[in-house]
Design a protein around this ligand. Structure first.
Ligand SMILES: *[C@@H]1O[C@H](CO)[C@@H](O)[C@H](O)[C@H]1NC(C)=O
Ligand SMILES: *[C@@H]1O[C@H](CO)[C@@H](O)[C@H](O)[C@H]1NC(C)=O
Ligand SMILES: *[C@@H]1O[C@H](CO)[C@@H](O)[C@H](O)[C@H]1NC(C)=O
Length: 368
């Protein structure tokens, strides 16, 4: 019951705060491309093997000679793990009205359109400067009409991680439960996160580090900020430091429940937040107590397993304060190198190792 109402609340929050921009993004993801010429579009001169990995060059059919009319090529691109794609068109010469290149930001035509050069509803007549995908994958199509041909395009693409600490979708499960102990401790937690941990992150809503916040203020109540609410690092930092508005006195909150932190990091978040394809999800959980009892611990384990094993989420646990069994709590993390502990005044020392863990892709050993 409580759990259901919590979910409902989460969903409400989500709709209230974040849906508008997300919805917009999905709306542009339409199936297009009518099949023409008696139901058949040519694939003339298109690459037979059209999977393109990591780095390379793609050219239009017969480049630098003219491309054919009535053509339709597909190019499936993948960046190397954890990276996004960078597109550099070094030549672009199309019949602007009616021949076009469209790039989908993700795996297939159901993904949002990153760019369309030429044709109806073009985002631009032609490329200028570099273009970055938000996901690891992209689909590019080249479509021509029955008349007028030109020299086409030449595209250089590669895999980049120009981002600190690295391209990740990160969910911060921040602890606003009374088990934090004092409001001063709560503020130290926020200061560590804002001033030390995320200070060096390149945050954006698109192709950099994307961050969502899940402030746990009761066992059945979380204040949620979606990734779309953090267009840059400064906004993220200011929001974190302002979380005292939601928790003016941490000692008034219900701190008796350990597993709720892990529950909120699990599956429902996967559906609530717009996570990217092929980009690792990292959930950082700030823990302020030992589990109450075995049941509490096993429940937390269930959620941690679902995150780790089903979704391959990198769970990082940060045990705050003294007297916490860092290793036991760490068993719920992604494994060795993914769990930490320090007293509130020493949290800053964890920023560097936590950033390293965020970029790590696999645990040496899963489970300490
Ligand atoms: C993009 O292509 C142009 C033209 O070849 C080249 O001068 C430039 O260095 C390229 N940029 C990147 C980032 O690769
Ligand atoms: C262009 O956009 C309009 C309005 O969104 C839409 O109705 C139309 O189907 C689009 N045309 C193509 C070719 O995608
Ligand atoms: C606090 O949590 C316990 C369960 O751990 C629950 O029984 C109790 O009703 C909660 N108190 C409030 C005020 O929500």
């Amino acid at each position: 019951m409580m759990w259901t109402s919590a979910l409902f609340f989460l969903v409400l929050l989500y709709f209230a705060s974040a849906l508008t921009p997300l919805k917009k993004q999905f709306k542009t993801a339409k199936k297009t491309h009518k099949i023409e010429v008696d139901g058949v579009k040519g694939f003339e001169g298109c690459p037979y093997d059209n999977d393109f990995y990591y780095t390379g060059v793609i050219t239009s059919p017969y480049y630098p000679n003219n491309y054919p009319n009535n053509d339709h090529c597909y190019y499936w691109l993948s960046a190397s793990y954890g990276n996004v794609l960078r597109f550099n068109f070094t030549h672009f010469d199309l019949e602007t009205c009616c021949d076009y290149v469209v790039i989908y930001d993700g795996y297939g035509e159901a993904s949002p359109i990153l760019a369309q050069f030429g044709g109806k509803n073009a985002t631009a007549a032609k490329p200028s400067g570099l273009l970055y995908s938000a996901n690891r994958y992209a689909l590019m199509e080249f479509i021509t009409d029955p008349v007028v041909t030109k020299t086409g395009f030449r595209l250089e693409y590669d895999s980049v991680a120009t981002v600190t600490p690295c391209n990740r979708d990160i969910i911060l499960v921040i602890n606003g439960l009374s088990s934090v102990g004092t409001q001063a401790n709560f503020v130290k937690q926020l200061q560590f996160i804002a001033n030390n941990l995320v200070a060096g992150w390149d945050v954006s809503t698109t192709n950099k580090v994307r961050v969502a916040i899940n402030l746990q203020v009761d066992q059945d109540y979380a204040v949620v900020y979606d990734t779309v609410q953090f267009p840059d690092t400064k906004t993220l930092q200011a929001t974190i430091l302002g979380l005292t508005d939601d928790v003016p006195d941490v000692t008034q909150n219900n701190g008796s429940d350990f597993e709720s932190l892990f529950r909120y990091g699990d599956g429902d978040l996967q559906q609530t937040f717009l996570l990217r394809q092929g980009i690792s999800t990292v959930v950082i959980i700030f823990v302020a107590q030992n589990p109450n009892n075995d049941q509490d611990y096993y429940e937390a384990t269930d959620f941690a397993h679902a995150m780790r094993d089903q979704s391959d989420v990198k769970v990082i646990t940060i045990a705050m304060g003294t007297g916490i069994d860092v290793t036991k709590v760490g068993r719920l993390s992604y494994g060795q190198g993914f769990y930490f502990g320090a007293d509130y005044s020493q949290l800053a020392t964890l920023a560097t190792p936590v950033n390293k863990a965020i970029c790590q892709t696999e645990a040496a050993i899963c489970g300490p």
